[in-house]
Structures are given as structure tokens and as C-alpha cells.
Design a protein around this ligand. Structure first.
Ligand SMILES: Cc1cc2nc3c(=O)[nH]c(=O)nc-3n(C[C@H](O)[C@H](O)[C@H](O)COP(=O)(O)OP(=O)(O)OC[C@H]3O[C@@H](n4cnc5c(N)ncnc54)[C@H](O)[C@@H]3O)c2cc1C
Length: 808
């Protein structure tokens, strides 16, 4: 056994072997994989081996596409047969709502070049004669699906890695991990010790335990999962004989089952509602190549539907039932990337679809380790998308919910109930009493809209029960004044003698003077966006940075890797130790003026001014800025003052008819200003020129900020894309994001967000199109729920294009 290695990968499942292979493929060959037993000794060996490209998140779909396309490469390179069966597949819908959902998935696939298309039940039946066409309203055909042999595939990755120079130590269990002074790791195994520059946790079923070795509680939980294999079925044999083909994969969403051919019979699996976590607290180290006890009663309700939808199963004998555990994160996506606060400790776990995603996870992680960047937009899989709220019990609640809903539709206006309410702000009860319908984001309850008594969200793809009320909230802001809770933003205090120098390096903007704020894009080395913030300078060496709430850990990881270690600057995520309220609308200043002795006239407190200001008796920080694009103020306070200030503002605003508004109205308001938002318009895929943020990138400033050269290059060459706003001829539904944008009938771009801009009375889409065509005036359309909606390019914001309202 080596005593030193550049990387130790812990775990020889499909994910660990893929990571190992990708590291060697990109030139890191001093790498070792340590496996406590044989390869595939976790969930990998009993997987059904199914894989596909389609995924609700296009960025994840890209990595799945990569994974599927990789299989031939590793088979050829390693000489190891992986038992690849590219059968193609179909997703089936039994209801109109489900079919609408499929159309949206299909549309998303279009701009990625996925060659999927719709099928009628009759066409579906012709391709898959085991199904009863009367049970379905339609299907989507996906040519890139199939299954493979999990054992062969894992060994193909492993052999390829070995061929490139990697070493694999079997029957070697990592028992502890200790970080040394210089940041390297002591990997302590039962066969000796290896000192490694980097450690990767690919522990699968034991990933949680490996995390605990370094003091981490990773949000990952294993669930039992069952599938059955039938005896030979004459219908299958006959199909194979007459067509010369294998039967294709099927996912029957409403039946909540998946199936594929297995030898001369079929395999059928389900994500049952009565699901069961496995080893919820600790995974036993002596668990190995064994199966869990089958429990057919638990999956009977789903199988009954499946057997009705696929009647040939009724006559088939069941040869065996496999019950095995595999792991999930709270949202079902993997946990990949560098772990915040640790040097060179990497996560590649909670991969619930190792055969669809393992290649992409290996690619992204190897890129990240070698180049400092995953090379893709992997936020949906990033281990940093969870904060400390994702505890063991929270994870348990969310994973069970996610597992049991795996085949359920999640409507765009649907908020899932498990694990809630968890974090609330001091005014939660007041907001609730006022009718707030909450959504949870980053574990925090946030008001979406304020429902009249007796009205609640009806989940739908189309405009729903909130439409009128959200409209009234948005109009109240435009006509008079609205109040909203803003505690969900991330807030960072940056302090110290080197605070300005740090921010000047991290952020692409010019730093504001004391008492001023600015918009502050943050770039990566390649010049793409890694954040967008509002930066307020409260005094010398005293800054407040406001950003996206969901990206708090993600951004803290970035900040911390660039923080000087000499104590000259501190950067703290304030989370709920600073909470917020915002007022916006033409009467917002009148409300504020009633609360303070400070002069808040336009001359004394202009747009983008910021100041510590007592409101009533409460100390607060007030910034003259509003994401509504209107005259407005963001007010930050310690939590103990929030209830007081909430009451005070409502009381002061009563004479102006102040109205509470939520995140849905805010979305409508920002859309009519064409304001982008983090994780939608602003993502690590886009450069500032592309995203329309170029004017905030100060390539002329003296400081060498991260991404400066690349930003300069983008400015000269202009980037490839442009963010544009469109007005849509929508009827009863609005876009939400990821719909394809067409020019003259060809897909040319994609929507990043959209909705109904209530105050303007128009349906709006914002999205990216190639720069060359970005200003073409006509010929645009956007696909929504299977329909092509004519779209009009909207060159300037629908509301207040000159900015007179917010500046006046
Ligand atoms: C019944 C069933 C059906 C499935 N069907 C499919 C399917 O059709 N398609 C699909 O894509 N996925 C499927 N899956 C999921 C798939 O199995 C997982 O996504 C995949 O196996 C995850 O692989 P992994 O490498 O992350 O983890 P594991 O396979 O759990 O591998 C982890 C490895 O790490 C080793 N290890 C752990 N701790 C240590 C330590 N301290 N020291 C050394 N070694 C250690 C373990 O021994 C193990 O070999 C299925 C799962 C089940 C249970």
C-alpha cells in the first residue's frame, strides 16, 4: 500500500470508480481507491441498472446525457463487458395533468437537443405491446435509455482507471480521517495509513459515517427499495422473436412503477408510498452483499395499478423480489463538491441514480478538483445547497417525502409540507394571521402570498386560485405602498481593515462610498457569474453584503477560500441574526418619513443611499433600494425588533392603504423591470455581458478582481448569449422557466423565468438567446404546455423604463 497519494477516493461503488476514472483521465494518476470489501459492495451490486437522460433539471440532464454517452468509451477502453442494452424508453401518462407535465419536460429537452417526442396511446402500445392503451392518455418516447450490468460497469470504470495508473486497495476499510497542519489528510485504514492531499467521500450507504469521521452530518439517508423479476413471459419472447428487439423501458408515472425486460421476463420496480428508511441513524459496517427482507405487502397498492396498466403481468410468475437500500438527499439530487470549511475534503454521495448520473458526477468532481471548477452548472447537485438546517431528522422527513413522491407531479405552485415549519422569523405568526401562504426556502418559511379567508393554493400548471390576489398585491405596490418580509435574503457582514481590499478582489464592481450601495456581480476565474449581490458600505471597514438566500453556504464556501488568514478581515453570514422588511411603492417614502427624525427626502436620502437609522425606537439599517423596481426601502434589523417594526410600519402605512405582499407578487414586479435573479438569470453558466450586468463590472478599476481578464475578454468579444425579455400571448398559463424559445420555428434559446406581470397586465418571459439574433424584432415564439405562443421582444422594461420612479 502506498504511504502517500494525491487523492484517496473512499468507496468502490459505481460513483467512486467513476470519480477515480475521471481523475486519471484528466491526468491525475497518483490516485488510490480504498474499498472496505469488494467493488460494488454497497447499493451498486443489486441496482436494476437502468439509465436515462431525461431529468426535470436541464443541468442535471446534461450530466446524465454525458453519463449514458460514456458507457461505450469505458467498455472499449477497459475491455470489460458492461452488458449494455440501449433499448430506448417511454414515459407514460394516465391523466391530462401528467401529460401537461410531460410536455414541459419534453420542451425542456428540446433546447438540449434531446430527440424525444410525444406518442399517442396507440403508438405507445405498438412499441410496447404489454401496456393497455386504454389506461393512458399519451407518452413521451426517449431514444436514449437502456440498462446495463452494474457489476460490469463498475469494473469497467475501475479497470480503465487502473490502466491510467490508479491503484485500488480492496478489503481495506477507512476507519478514521485526520487533517494535518498542512491541510493534507491522514487516511487511517485497517491496513495502514495513507497521507493524501485530497479525500473524496464516495461511501454510498456509509457516506454519512465517513462524514462523521470529520465532524460532518451529511444530509443523506438510505431507503429500502424493491423490484420484482418475473419468470419468462410468452409475450416478451414473442415480441423479441417477431421484432428482433428487446422491449423498451417504461416509466408509468401514475402507476408509480418502472419496468424493463430482464432476460425472457420483465423487471418491475416501484417507489411505494409506504416507504421505509433503512438504518436511519447509523449504517452497520458489517452489511455487505446481502439483501433486505422482501415485503410485498408494502408495494402491493402500486403493483396492483402496474398490473392493471400492463395486464400481461397478471399471468406471469414472480421469480424473485429484490429489496436493497440506496441513498437519497432531501431533494433526491446528489451531494457533490468541496465541503465548506474543510480543505480538500470532497463529497460525491447521495447519488440515487448512479447509472444515470455516476459519469456526470465523476466528470464534474474531477474537473472541480483539478481545475477548481466543475465545468458545468452543478448547483442542483452541490453539497453546499444545504445549510445547517438539514439535520438528521429534517433529512429523514424530506427523504421519505421525496421517495414516496418520486413519481408524483410537483406543480409549479406546490410547496411540499415535510420538515416544515422549521425556521421562522419573529413575525411568522403575524403573517400567518394575515393569511400568508408560506413556502420554504433554505429551510426558512417565507410568505408567498396572502390568501383571503377560505382560499388556498390549488396546484396547477395554469393560473390558479392565487392569481387575483397576487395581482392585487402587485398593484398595491405600484399604486401606493406594500410591505414584505425579506429575511430570506442572505446577509453577510464584512468587517476589518482589509475588508475593502477583500471585497475589491472578490467583487467585480467598484466599491461604494460610505453611505452608498451598489449592485455587485461576483465572477469566477473564467469570468462567469458566481454571485450577484447588493453591497452597502456602512462605514470604514464595515460592509453589508446582501445576496441570494439559497446560496448562503455556496457563497460562504467561496468567500472562505479567498479570506486572508491574518485576521485583517472577518466575513460572517448573519443568517437570521439580521432579519428584514421592505416597503415599496410611490408612498413608501411617506411611510418611512413618519417613522424617523432623519430627512428621507430624495435629496437627503437618494436612490442607493444607506444609513443606520432609528425607526421609532428600534435601531435599523435602511437602504434605498427595491427589487420591485419602484421607490422603496429595505430595512434590516435584529430579530428582536422585527415585530415592533412590522407593527409600526403597518400602523404608519394605514393611511396610505399599505398592503402585505409576498414573493409571488415580488416576482411579478421584478419581471416587469426585467430584473434577473440568482439561480435563474444569473448562474455560473453566464458572463456579465450576456446577463446584462456588464455595467456593474468595473474592468477599469485598479484592483485585480477575480475574473477580470476573462470579463475584459467577454467585453471585447461580446459573449455568446443575451438575456432578453418577451411578452407572450399567453391564455391561462404563464411560463415558469426552462421552456424553449423559438425564432422562425427553430429552437434558439431557453426561458430562465417568467410569469404574469400583474401591474403591467402582461405575461412575461425572460431568457437567453444567441447574441446574433438577440435583437431580431419578430418571429419569436415560446412553447408552453405543448402550445406555441407568439412572443414579442420587449426591448425595455415594461415598468418605468427611465427609472424615474425608483430614483425620484
Ligand atoms: C433495488 C435497487 C435498484 C436500483 N436501481 C437503479 C437503477 O435502475 N438505476 C440507477 O441508476 N440506480 C439504481 N439504484 C441506485 C444505485 O444503486 C445507486 O445510485 C448507486 O449504487 C450508488 O453508488 P455509490 O457508489 O454512490 O454507493 P455504494 O454502491 O453504496 O458504494 C459505496 C462503497 O463504499 C464502500 N465504503 C463505504 N465506507 C467505506 C470505508 N469506510 N472504507 C472503505 N470503503 C468504504 C462500500 O463498501 C461500497 O462498496 C438502485 C438501487 C437499489 C437498492
Amino acid at each position: 500500500m502506498k504511504s502517500h497519494a494525491r487523492v484517496v477516493v473512499i468507496g468502490g461503488g459505481v460513483v467512486g470508480c467513476s470519480v477515480l476514472y475521471h481523475l486519471t483521465k484528466f491526468g491525475w494518476t497518483d490516485v488510490v481507491l480504498v474499498e472496505r470489501s469488494e467493488l460494488t459492495s454497497g447499493s451498486t451490486w443489486h441496482a436494476a441498472g437502468g439509465m436515462h437522460t431525461i431529468n426535470g433539471d436541464p443541468n442535471v440532464a446534461k450530466l446524465q446525457k454525458y453519463t449514458v454517452e460514456l458507457y461505450k468509451e469505458i467498455q472499449d477502453y477497459s475491455g470489460q463487458d458492461i452488458g449494455l442494452h440501449m433499448t430506448s424508453g417511454m414515459m407514460l401518462a394516465s391523466t391530462k395533468d401528467r401529460f401537461d407535465w410531460m410536455k414541459s419536460i419534453l420542451a425542456k429537452g428540446r433546447y438540449m437537443g434531446l430527440d424525444a417526442h410525444l406518442l399517442t396511446p396507440k403508438e405507445a402500445h405498438e412499441l410496447m405491446p404489454l401496456l393497455d392503451p386504454d389506461q393512458f392518455v399519451g407518452a413521451v418516447f426517449d431514444p436514449v435509455e437502456g440498462h446495463l450490468d452494474p457489476y460490469g460497469t463498475t469494473h469497467a470504470y475501475a479497470k480503465s482507471a487502473k490502466k491510467n495508473g490508479a491503484e485500488i486497495y480492496l478489503h481495506t476499510k477507512v476507519e478514521d480521517l485526520v487533517q494535518r497542519e498542512d491541510g493534507s489528510w491522514r487516511v487511517i485504514t485497517d491496513k495502514g495509513e495513507i497521507v493524501a492531499e485530497h479525500v473524496v467521500n464516495c461511501g454510498g450507504l456509509w457516506a454519512r459515517e465517513i462524514g462523521r469521521m470529520v465532524g460532518l452530518e451529511l444530509p443523506v439517508l438510505a431507503m429500502e427499495h424493491m423490484y420484482l423479476i418475473t419468470e419468462d413471459m410468452p409475450e416478451v419472447i414473442e415480441f423479441n422473436r417477431t421484432t428482433g428487439k428487446e422491449l423498451m423501458h417504461c416509466v408509468d408515472f401514475d402507476g408509480e412503477i418502472y419496468l424493463r425486460q430482464e432476460r425472457n421476463g420483465m423487471l418491475m420496480g416501484t417507489y411505494e408510498k409506504a416507504c421505509r428508511p433503512w438504518s436511519p441513524l447509523t449504517t452497520p459496517w458489517d452489511f455487505g452483499h446481502e439483501l433486505l427482507e422482501e415485503d410485498i405487502a408494502r408495494i402491493t397498492p402500486e403493483l396492483e395499478v402496474g398490473f392493471r396498466h400492463f395486464p400481461a403481468f397478471n399471468k406471469a410468475g414472480i421469480k424473485k423480489i429484490i429489496n436493497g437500500p440506496f441513498t437519497f438527499s432531501p431533494d433526491g439530487n446528489p451531494l457533490v463538491g468541496p465541503v465548506r470549511g474543510m480543505t480538500n475534503f470532497w463529497s460525491a454521495c447521495a447519488v440515487m441514480a448512479g447509472f444515470s448520473q455516476g459519469g456526470g458526477v465523476g466528470l464534474a468532481l474531477a474537473n472541480w478538483m483539478i481545475n477548481g471548477d466543475p465545468g458545468f452548472d452543478v448547483f442542483a447537485m452541490d453539497v453546499a445547497r444545504y445549510g445547517d438546517y438539514a439535520t438528521l431528522a429534517y433529512t429523514n422527513a424530506k427523504v421519505r417525502e421525496n421517495y414516496s413522491r418520486r413519481f408524483s407531479i410537483r406543480y409549479p405552485n406546490e410547496e411540499l409540507p415535510a420538515g416544515r415549519p422549521l425556521q421562522t422569523t419573529p413575525i411568522y405568526d403575524r403573517l400567518k394571521a394575515a393569511g400568508a401562504v408560506f413556502g420554504a426556502s433554505y429551510g426558512l418559511e417565507q410568505p408567498l402570498w396572502f390568501a383571503p379567508a377560505g382560499v388556498e393554493d390549488r396546484f396547477s400548471w395554469r393560473r390558479s386560485t392565487d392569481f387575483e390576489t397576487v395581482g392585487a398585491e402587485a398593484r398595491a405596490v405600484r399604486e401606493s405602498v406594500g410591505l414584505m418580509e425579506t429575511s430570506g435574503f442572505a446577509k453577510y457582514a464584512v468587517k476589518g481593515r482589509a475588508a475593502a481590499a477583500l471585497l475589491d478582489r472578490l467583487l467585480a464592481c467598484r466599491l461604494p462610498e460610505t453611505g452608498r450601495m451598489t449592485l455587485a456581480p461576483m465572477l469566477k476565474d473564467d469570468g462567469k457569474l458566481i454571485g450577484d449581490f447588493t453591497l452597502a458600505k456602512l462605514g470604514e471597514g464595515d460592509f453589508l453584503l446582501i445576496g441570494s438566500g439559497i446560496a448562503e453556504d455556496y457563497h460562504m464556501r467561496w468567500f472562505e477560500t479567498h479570506l486572508p488568514r491574518d485576521g485583517s478581515v472577518t466575513l460572517e453570514a448573519l443568517n437570521l441574526s439580521l432579519v428584514g422588511l421592505a416597503i415599496a411603492g410611490p408612498r413608501a417614502r411617506d411611510v418611512l418619513a413618519k417613522l424617523t427624525h432623519w430627512d428621507v427626502s430624495n435629496a437627503a436620502f437618494p436612490f442607493m443611499a444607506v444609513r443606520r437609522m432609528d425607526l421609532g425606537m428600534a435601531p435599523a439599517i435602511v437602504g434605498r433600494v427595491s427589487y420591485t423596481g419602484d421607490l422603496g426601502y429595505e430595512i434590516w434589523m435584529k430579530p428582536q425588533y422585527q415585530r415592533y417594526l412590522y407593527d409600526l410600519i403597518l400602523e404608519a402605512g394605514a393611511e396610505f392603504g399599505i398592503r402585505l405582499f409576498g414573493l409571488r407578487a415580488l416576482n411579478a414586479l421584478r419581471l416587469e423591470k426585467s430584473y434577473g435573479s440568482w439561480s435563474r438569470e444569473y448562474r455560473p453558466l453566464y458572463g456579465p455581458a450576456e446577463a446584462g450586468l456588464e455595467r456593474f463590472v468595473a474592468t477599469g478599476k485598479a484592483a485585480e478582481f477575480i475574473g477580470k481578464d476573462a470579463a475584459r475578454a467577454e467585453r471585447e468579444a461580446g459573449g455568446a448569449l443575451r438575456l432578453r425579455t418577451f411578452v407572450l400571448a399567453a391564455k391561462d398559463a404563464d411560463v415558469i422557466g426552462d421552456e424553449p424559445i423559438y425564432l422562425d420555428g427553430a429552437v434558439r434559446g431557453w426561458v430562465t423565468s417568467g410569469g404574469y406581470a400583474h401591474a403591467a397586465g402582461l405575461s412575461v418571459a425572460v431568457g437567453y438567446v444567441p447574441k446574433e439574433i438577440a435583437d431580431v424584432e419578430s418571429g419569436w415564439s415560446i412553447e408552453l404546455l405543448g402550445e406555441m405562443l407568439p412572443a414579442r421582444l420587449q426591448p425595455e422594461p415594461l415598468f418605468d423604463p427611465s427609472g424615474a420612479r425608483m430614483r425620484g
